[in-house]
Design a binder for this molecule. Structure first.
Ligand code: SF4
Ligand code: SF4
Ligand code: FES
Length: 255
């Protein structure tokens, strides 16, 4: 494949001590610093990322990338913002992969054994190949959560898929054309809304907010300029790093 590529000029802002390595983006060859993430290398090469780029911190899943190394038949996957370039990699981004999303009203859903399969009946087409698990840049046991979805174990699906960033790379590789992350997010929503024990302190706080308990404090904050807000933020009381169930702030005027 390397012979198909077209060498191009690189930008001249390279620091003299930086080692440049070749990478191939959509079959064009670029020389980029070896210590850059794929995302930064794309920008270094001159791409302006308006899609396939979001949080830059491994959270939003917008930067799904596939690549191959010249000496391997394997298709590798990565989040472009989290993965350092490799010499001679051939890569392309897949910021979105089509998937059919079920429409539902979470308040109306009953958390039954058949709920996930009613919204996503295609889960029964899974052939257990494990490609989704091998395709996941988050190292999630995707095939296992699909198996739990088939069995209607909503809590298990929610727990196993907790680190999913919705990058869609598992969808792109699935021979059964599943939409795994959509099944998983439905499970997490159902679990959060209907199954997980309710936290009393959270509902108490929501009630306080709804009753306008914090309106005055917020109005006061709105009057400050940016510098004052920064100062207040830096001086704020913080919980200790180690969990302390008895911790309370000294200033309780905002509780
Ligand atoms: S890639 Fe598709 S068919 Fe294969 S295990 Fe995953 S969900 Fe099932
Ligand atoms: S489960 Fe699928 S969508 Fe979620 S992080 Fe893994 S590959 Fe991406
Ligand atoms: S840009 Fe958000 S995960 Fe990479």
């Amino acid at each position: 494949m390397a012979s198909q590529t077209v060498p191009v000029e690189v930008k001249s802002e390279t620091k003299s001590e930086e080692k440049l390595i070749p990478i191939n983006v959509m079959d064009r060859r670029y020389m980029v610093p070896e210590n850059l993430t794929i995302m930064k290398a794309l920008e270094y090469a001159g791409y302006q990322l308006t899609r396939g780029c979001g949080c830059r911190g491994g959270i939003c899943g917008a930067c799904g990338t596939v690549y191959r190394m010249p000496d391997s038949h394997r298709i590798e996957v990565a989040l472009a913002c989290q993965t350092i370039v490799k010499e001679e990699m051939f890569l392309s981004q897949i910021p979105f992969f089509p998937r059919n999303k079920a429409i539902y009203d979470l308040y109306e859903i009953e958390p039954e054994q058949s709920t996930l399969s009613e919204f996503y009946p295609e889960i029964f087409k899974c052939i257990g190949c494990g490609t989704c698990t091998r395709s996941c840049p988050q190292d999630i046991e995707v095939m296992d959560y699909v198996a739990y979805a088939i069995r209607g174990e909503i809590q298990k699906v929610a727990e196993l898929s907790f680190d999913c960033v919705m990058c869609g790379l598992c969808i792109a590789r699935c021979p059964a054309e599943e939409a795994q992350p959509l099944v998983a997010i439905l499970a997490r929503r159902i679990y959060g809304k209907h199954i997980a024990p309710k936290a009393k302190h959270l509902s108490d706080r929501v009630t306080q907010i709804e009753n306008g308990h914090f309106d005055k404090s917020l109005e006061d904050l709105m009057k400050f300029d940016a510098e004052k807000l920064k100062e207040l933020y830096v001086k704020r009381e913080k919980e200790s790093e180690l969990p302390d169930p008895d911790w309370e702030p000294e200033d309780k005027s905002h509780l």
